[in-house]
Design a protein around this ligand. Structure first.
Ligand code: GLY
Length: 455
């Protein structure tokens, strides 16, 4: 499949980049652009106060827009006239922001609405995997509770502790897959589907649960050629030992879990087949591919594809990229990824997410409380902090969200990176003892390393 790549007009230097998104992921992406000698200014819409805190280049945020309102994002683009717009956030991608901005003449990085469907319509995505022989869990989709309840009753007959996931088909900020280990739980989760945004016509899925370790993997594609980034492993639940409610992500390590034979399988079964499949359906995928997978008996199985960088995975994967990110994005837009390899360092990175006590449920009592110690943590060598729900008023930092910041520490191995990350977050507190974070991020990697060293 060959598609004409649209003309790409971009000045060579002093570029202004507009980045669409608001969290620690966008903070990280903005740092990648900032490193490019050709970038002069970065606008982040809507961004957050911490993104422009102590930056080397001009980084400004414009909150006069909503990620769920593409017309408001178009207005921002018209206001700043950027050389490049990077649409990094899921809602904005799903609502067709890329298409709308391109139509208005902007150069845009990110997948078109039709291609981002691989993320925003989970039923379509599973059927795509079926069509292209991509390993995935068995699933059924439903449009009413009664049929789904009958189906799970049948599944639990003779196996009362079967693992199932009831999944919303639309976007749910990473919280739309409900784990069920009994008939009762499955039925409750089916009823809960009513509360989720279901995108394509109130559909939801019931999927077999697989036993194995999960990973995230990233690639960039120009529609035909792809390049791979490093692996990562997210920690999705709010408490240690993978307990408590699902969150957007509480901490992450990179690289993680994926050995060379698993990587080869990922490339063959999950990345190549996806890109070729999309191209063969006249729906080429151009942008960042996020594979959420699980290793079952040594083989990677698809949990989901997303059409963007993960948050918090981006915070540990992107900083390892030594290739100029702007050049990478440019090569992708020009259909010239074959001319560029991605150079990545050999460091290990650990990210710990600092959150408001109560997140992902009610944390309203923490809103407006002061955050202390960020500057001390930032002074540590090999430590960086990317911000999300933080307000800055008169130079002071205040809570304005659930996930507040991502501390990222780098080291020669997991032991060094983990030690630095926890030593950094120990310097931070929230008024009234309201900072929550997991204390077990990276434990699997520590065990893997010890096993490898035979200690
Ligand atoms: N790390 C989960 C997500 O970005 O969806």
């Amino acid at each position: 499949y060959k598609e004409k790549i649209y003309c790409f007009f971009m000045p060579k230097e002093d570029l202004t980049i507009l980045l669409i998104g608001s969290g620690a992921r966008e903070h990280t992406i903005s740092c990648a652009y900032e490193k490019s000698p050709n970038v002069k200014k970065i606008i982040i819409a809507p961004g957050n106060d911490f993104i422009s805190y102590k930056r080397e280049k001009e980084v400004v945020t414009d909150k006069n827009c909503s990620l769920k309102n593409p017309s408001s994002l178009l207005e921002i683009a018209r206001k700043y006239k950027p050389s490049l717009v990077d649409v990094a956030q899921d809602d904005a991608l799903a609502l067709g922001t890329v298409d709308i901005l391109k139509k208005d003449g902007f150069v845009v990085f990110g997948s078109r609405k039709q291609a981002a469907r691989i993320e925003w319509d989970k039923r379509w995505s599973r059927e795509f995997m079926q069509r292209h022989g991509i390993p995935h869990p068995s699933f059924r989709y439903f449009e009413n509770e009664a049929d789904a309840e009958q189906y799970v009753k049948d599944l639990y007959t003779g196996n009362s502790s079967k693992l199932l996931y009831v999944k919303a088909t639309g976007l749910c900020s990473g919280k739309g897959a409900l784990k069920s280990t009994s008939l009762d739980e499955a039925v409750k989760n089916i009823i809960r589907m009513k509360d989720f945004p279901n995108g394509a016509g109130k559909t939801f899925l019931v999927e077999e649960g697989l036993e194995g370790e999960e990973f995230s993997y990233y690639a960039i594609s120009d529609g035909i050629i792809y390049r791979l980034f490093k692996s990562a492993q997210d920690n999705k639940t709010v408490f240690n030992f993978d307990e408590g409610d699902q969150t957007g992500g509480m901490g992450v390590v990179s690289p993680a879990l994926v050995t060379k034979p698993i990587k080869d399988e990922i490339e063959k079964q999950q990345i190549s087949k996806m890109i070729n499949g999309m191209a063969s359906e006249q729906n080429p995928y151009r942008g960042i591919i996020y594979l959420g997978g699980i290793v079952v008996n040594g083989k990677p199985v698809n949990i989901e594809y997303n059409a963007r960088w993960g948050d918090p995975e981006c915070q540990v994967v992107l900083p390892s990229v030594e290739t100029d990110y702007l050049e990478l994005v440019k090569a992708c837009l020009e259909g010239k990824l074959n001319e560029l390899d991605i150079k990545q360092d050999n460091k290990t990175r650990v990210c710990i997410v600092g959150a408001s006590k109560g997140y992902p449920n009610d944390y309203s009592q923490v809103k407006g409380k002061r955050i202390f110690g960020i500057d001390e943590a930032l002074k540590m060598e090999g430590v960086n902090i990317f911000g999300a729900g933080v307000d800055i008023i008169d130079g002071r930092l205040y809570v304005n969200g659930g996930r507040l910041f991502s501390i990222v520490a780098e080291g020669k191995d997991i032991l060094e990176a983990r030690q630095k990350a926890y030593s950094a977050i120990a310097r931070i507190s929230i008024e009234g003892n309201n900072l929550h974070y997991r204390t077990d991020i990276g434990w699997r990697d520590v065990e893997r390393l010890r096993k490898m060293l035979g200690s």
